[in-house]
Design a protein around this ligand. Structure first.
Ligand SMILES: [Fe+2]
Length: 240
């Protein structure tokens, strides 16, 4: 599948422009500096005034960290998704939400996938963490329990992760970053923030349809990557 730039309408461009401008402003002081730094590095190919061209985005990403955006029609099977992740390919949709869905969509669209997820793939530690989740998932693909645990880890980090910065909580998860409502709720500091603990995370169920009632808070992106060594040992020891 390829992105078809010529199919985007004037309305799509206006929606992208609105979503990007609003959320970029809203994120000021709510998001970790690494995300903003990565976003700035990508500003010539990821900005409010044009719909991102994945070929242009890929040439920047690939040069920096070896990651690329891989076009998918929507949600795909978990084993395929993890295999792409292992190969440093992040799966993204090319369709954009309508005006009626500006604040909430049921399935991830291009704004969630690209604005929310892609910038941090310019960060080496974050990218290494994501790739290793893919590695572990491919290694243990026959083990339903471990796959479910890796999905929980992905959920509480890449989708809904937060990071502690000088006593304040900043967001880095794409589910928060692409939502005005959730980014604001996290910033208000009234949610439950639990210090990052991979053992707790892999046993923590989650609900995909609501604002998250709890978030796990890391201190550095290196911590994320290093925690996978612990998980690897745990997985190896519990192998049948
Ligand atoms: Fe996502």
């Amino acid at each position: 599948m390829k992105q078809e730039m010529e199919k985007y309408t004037k309305e799509d461009i206006e929606i992208w422009n609105y979503l990007f401008e609003n959320q970029y402003k809203n994120l000021e002081n709510k998001v970790c500096w690494e995300y903003m730094d990565c976003m700035n590095q990508l500003s010539s190919v990821l900005n409010s005034y044009e719909i991102p061209n994945f070929d242009h985005l890929n040439s920047k990403l690939k040069t920096a960290t070896g990651w690329t955006v891989h076009v998918v029609p929507g949600l795909i099977e978990a084993d395929l998704f993890f295999d792409h992740l292992r190969n440093k390919r992040f799966c993204a949709s090319t369709w954009l939400r309508s005006r009626k869905e500006l604040n909430y969509i049921e399935e991830p669209d291009m704004f969630h996938d690209i604005f929310g997820h892609i910038p941090l793939f310019m960060n080496q530690d974050y990218g290494a963490f994501a790739q290793k989740i893919g590695d572990l998932a491919c290694k243990w693909k026959q083990d339903f329990i471990k796959i479910e645990q890796l999905q929980r880890l992905y959920w509480f980090t890449i989708e809904f992760g937060v990071i502690s910065r000088q006593g304040k909580t900043k967001s880095y998860g794409a589910g928060i970053i692409s939502s005005i409502k959730e980014a604001t709720i996290v910033d208000e500091g009234k949610s439950v923030f639990i210090p990052y603990d991979i053992h707790k995370i892999i046993h923590q169920e989650y609900d995909i349809d609501t604002v998250q009632p709890r978030y796990f808070e890391i201190t550095t992106f290196k911590q994320l990557y290093e925690s996978l060594n612990e998980l690897e040992v745990l997985f190896n020891n519990s192998a049948a």
